[in-house]
Design a protein. Structure first.
Length: 369
């Protein structure tokens, strides 16, 4: 047996190993699994077939991927009547949310839950319209939603959700304490901690003058800012650049001017590191700095938040990654438990920790400034 080979695994244990690898990397190859698990490729193909029949993955040539939102095949295990039918409304079916949906679908197949997915926008009125359509269908037992939660419109939407006669689990959202809502549950990444972790990473590299750039349209930004402000105060760092703007939504001319203005401020304030949310903004800042002749990360370290495309930067961008698929999985688990146990179950509100992935865009500051 070579150093890479493992003792043979059997039955459910082998299939659990396949799913663990899928959740870790997003895809698997039959040949690699057969070698690593010490079984024939035919055995792995049968395992993949069984998992696909349960709706847990999507078969592709030579292997499998996590269940894709584009996979319209019906799992054999789901052909019978599901235990519960749950509506799911998210503000986008791409970028960040596609991973959340993949996790939710995988968990739904395991829990005997049928998901009815609807895409909305970031407008509270559109979200309410999509939720209402699910309610009027009369066929859903509960709702998984990612609603607007800020301002008068967001607060009104949350209060309406609280009043509904069926359980609601928020995804990557939570209700402000001032609303005193008691029945709504949620599963969210601890984005406040994300801001703290970003500041600690930069401080550990000797950066003392640091700035932040967040996306103005994102509900995540205020949470990141809260953690960031708390941490830089406790760490004794000097806040410099502070901008809340969506550079990726500006047209070419305005975007170029905004980036020039940002980098001029970075230079003028001797800022050595930036936290940027989200990845597209981080890539824009990095590319513009390089085009202006900056040496990165020597002149400016960049840490991104989301980690959707950050690793494609040059150099690859250090990023904090919310556990997007696990958010979807846990949301379905919380909903299934609520539907199974009813009102006697205490309300559950879950916060998951983002993971730091260190890459080449952040470097130690030799002079500690």
């Amino acid at each position: 047996m070579t150093s890479r080979e493992q003792p043979p695994t059997f039955g459910i244990s082998r299939r659990e190993r396949i799913m663990d690898e899928l959740r870790r990397s997003g895809s698997v190859r039959v040949a690699d699994l057969a070698r690593d698990l010490g079984v024939a490729e035919l055995t792995i193909r049968r395992d993949i077939g069984e998992l696909a029949d349960r709706g847990l993955l999507t078969r592709v040539h030579g292997g499998a991927t996590l269940r894709s939102p584009l996979d319209t095949t019906v799992a054999r295990a789901a052909q019978g009547a599901p235990r519960f039918r749950v509506g799911m409304v998210v503000p986008s079916l791409s970028y960040y949310w596609a991973q959340v949906v993949i996790g939710a679908r995988a968990s739904a197949a395991e829990q005997g839950v049928q998901l009815v997915l609807r895409g909305a926008s970031y407008l509270a009125s559109d979200q309410r319209r999509q939720i209402t359509a699910l309610l009027e269908s009369g066929s859903v037992h509960g709702l998984l939603v990612a609603p607007e939660n800020l301002g008068p419109d967001g607060h009104a939407l949350l209060q309406w959700l609280e009043s509904l006669p069926l359980p609601v689990v928020l995804i990557e959202r939570r209700a402000p304490s001032l609303l005193a809502l008691t029945s709504i549950e949620w599963v969210t990444t601890d984005h406040v901690l994300g801001g703290v972790l970003a500041a600690h990473h930069l401080a550990s590299l000797g950066h003392r003058r640091v700035g932040i750039l967040t996306s103005s349209q994102s509900p995540t930004s205020w949470q990141l800012r809260r953690g960031w402000a708390q941490a830089i105060g406790e760490l004794g760092l000097t806040p410099t650049v502070d901008r809340n703007v969506s550079l990726d939504l500006l047209d070419g001319h305005d975007r170029g001017e905004a980036l020039d203005d940002l980098l001029d401020e970075v230079r003028a304030t001797a800022t050595s590191a930036l936290l940027v949310h989200s990845d597209p903004q981080a890539l824009l800042v990095q590319q513009h700095a390089i085009d202006r002749g900056w040496s990165l990360p020597d002149e400016l370290s960049i840490i991104a938040y989301d980690d959707e495309v950050a690793e494609n930067g040059s150099p690859p961008i250090t990023a904090l990654r919310p556990p997007k698929q696990h958010v979807g999985r846990r949301a379905v688990e919380v909903m299934a438990a609520r539907l199974a146990e009813g009102a006697r179950r205490p309300a559950e509100r879950v916060r998951l920790v983002p993971a730091l992935h260190v890459r080449g865009s952040t470097a130690a500051r030799a002079d500690g400034t």
